[in-house]
Unconditional design. Structure first.
Length: 415
């Protein structure tokens, strides 16, 4: 069996991509000087467009009043405290009896009294942001989430804090004053949230800020994880998007290495019985032998093995381009040799080759295909637009059968 690393066509950001909408520098400069390192403020005048097509006030009203959002896709806060969900939700009435649907009149009341509305996971619920989030994740190679924060004038939803993921702040409407302070913990991990360090965060937030800036519509701000931040709306309702990027870290590699190390016989051996293992003198020789065995194993660790673990995690955490079930079925039924198809954007997969079968591992299913399809699959996964008749190594009927299968499995889409 040959297990190839997880695949993805990772699109490097160019001046027409999703990343370029958030920064004025080129992707290479951003990667070298800012990614995970330093904040970056970008003014509207430096960008090619604003963000009005992604979200606007009318979109917020539609989401709250007509989309039937439920918790946790919506939450509210005021002056640093999260508001109980029963104050802005209720049952949906006849035919929609879930008791946690957002109640537009209750939201109105809380907004009028200075509370902040948070629309969460808009990369799953609002079409322009579904597309934008998928494209940005494809360019960055890391999972993306998108929330919107709607804050009344002169109000603050959340006190100073840090995030355990990087963020792009995209100002949609109104103005907001941002205060950015140095990290109290550099590059915090997912299990190291700010509320574990409340005292340090509070102390850091009263130091002179690194950045004190008012964001206006069309401005963007990149913050690496760990930077303290707080924001206050000024003279009008402020709407901004927080595009969270969940980076995979070297800590993840350590976790995957330790998982793979369980294959080693010496590292699975039991510790002795009849002794006090809490006694350092008793434990010392066994710890020494364990460390030596671990060193031996790490010296032979394979990037291919670790890439499989990382790839499987990316499959679970990265949402590919949305597809229309009905459109896919129509495309499969009407397929001919000249139909133009392409790989579904941001799709991640892992390929496993047995003697006579190629298996494509996706999020929650594995697709088995004859080994004769391998050259054609290589062409498909290269990411170029193809027609069935351009697939190598297959006759005309086999080309149609393969592409029809890939359409039905959601791997390719009409170009």
């Amino acid at each position: 069996m040959i297990d190839k690393p997880t695949g993805a066509v990772v699109q490097q950001g160019d001046r027409s991509g999703a990343l370029s909408r958030c920064i004025a520098v080129d992707a290479a400069t951003f990667a070298a000087e800012h990614w995970g390192r330093a904040p970056l403020l970008t003014r509207r005048a430096e960008l090619t467009s604003d963000f009005a097509d992604l979200l606007d006030p009318s979109a917020v009203d539609e989401l709250v009043s007509r989309r039937g959002l439920r918790t946790p896709f919506v939450r509210m806060a005021k002056d640093g405290s999260v508001i109980s969900a029963d104050r802005y939700t209720r049952g949906g009435g006849a035919g929609a009896t879930a008791d946690d649907q957002v109640a537009d009149d209750r939201v109105l009341d809380l907004l009028a009294n200075g509370s902040t509305l948070v629309l969460q996971a808009l990369h799953r619920t609002w079409p322009p942001l579904v597309s934008f989030g998928s494209a940005l994740a494809g360019e960055l190679g890391h999972p993306v989430q998108i929330n919107a924060y709607i804050t009344p004038p002169q109000s603050q939803g959340f006190a100073a804090h840090y995030d355990v993921h990087d963020v792009f702040v995209l100002q949609i409407a109104g103005r907001k004053q941002w205060h950015i302070h140095a990290p109290v913990l550099v590059e915090p991990l997912r299990d190291q949230p700010w509320d574990q360090r409340r005292a340090a965060v509070a102390a850091g937030a009263i130091e002179p800020p690194l950045i004190d800036v008012v964001l206006e519509p069309g401005d963007a701000l990149y913050l690496p994880r760990g930077y303290l931040h707080s924001a206050t709306a000024l003279g009008e309702v402020s709407i901004h998007l927080t595009v969270g990027v969940h980076p995979h870290t070297r800590s993840h590699l350590v976790e995957h290495l330790m998982t793979a190390a369980r294959r080693d016989d010496a590292l699975r051996a039991s510790l002795p019985m009849g002794v006090d293992l809490a006694d350092p003198d008793v434990l010392a020789p066994h710890l020494r032998d364990t460390v030596a065995a671990l060193h031996r194993w790490l010296d032979t660790a394979s990037a291919t093995d670790v890439a499989r673990f990382v790839g499987d995690e990316l499959i679970r955490s990265t949402r590919p381009e949305p597809i229309g079930a009905l459109a896919q079925l129509v495309a499969a039924d009407s397929l001919d040799g000249s139909t133009r198809l392409r790989l579904r954007a941001a799709l991640r997969w892992r390929q496993v080759r047995d003697a006579d079968v190629v298996r494509i591992v996706l999020l929650d299913k594995t697709i088995a295909l004859p080994a004769s399809c391998e050259p054609a699959l290589k062409a498909v996964f290269a990411g170029e637009v193809l027609t069935p008749r351009e697939l190598p190594g297959l006759n005309a009927d086999e080309q149609l059968v393969l592409f029809r299968r890939l359409l039905r499995e959601g791997i390719v889409v009409p170009a």
